[in-house]
Structure formats: C-alpha cells, structure tokens
Design a protein around this ligand. Sequence first.
Ligand code: FES
Length: 107
Amino acid sequence: MAKITYVEHGGKEHVVEVANGMTVMEGARDNNIPGIEADCGGACACSTCHVYVDAAWIEKLPAKDDMEEDMLDFAYEPDTERSRLTCQLKVTDALDGLRVQMPEKQI
Ligand code: FES
C-alpha cells in the first residue's frame, strides 16, 4: 500500500492510498482523479496517462523500458527527467509518499 499524491495541473491535490500490485494509473482511475485519461487501458500504447514525477522521486522509481521511452515521445510536453507513464509504474510499499503532477493536457 502506498499513499500517492496526484496534483492536477491547476494545483488541486488528491491524496489516495493505492494497493500494491495496482499501477499508479489505476490508482487515479479508480478514485476518479481528473487529468489521467489512460485511453489504452494500461497497454503502454497511448501516452494519455503521462505525469511529471516529483524531482525527489526520479531516482527512486524503476527505470523506464524502451516501450515507455518511445511512447513518452507522443505525450504532451514530455520532460526527459520527470515524465513517466503511470500505467507502467507498479505500486509497492516503496512508492509510499510518491507525488506526481499531471500535465496541462493529455494527447
Ligand atoms: S494508459 Fe495508455 S500508455 Fe498508459
């Protein structure tokens, strides 16, 4: 279980507990948090689950694989350091305290 803070582009924060084994995307979807659309349902095929992770978390997250790297090229204003696809981030206790910010829009 991890407490994750999702920050909307406008600054509104949503703090939710997400069970281990789910993805950060599913945590947002299941709690009706706006700003993460997840059009492909988590197949790493759309980039609409893009977020910017808090700088303090960049090194603590598992590395991006090639597929995630490629899909991030299609995201809205990706940042080489902070951008991640939330459907590729599996929740574990190690993610407790994670903070992610949604982009201005998803494309
Ligand atoms: S939900 Fe489509 S890439 Fe993450």
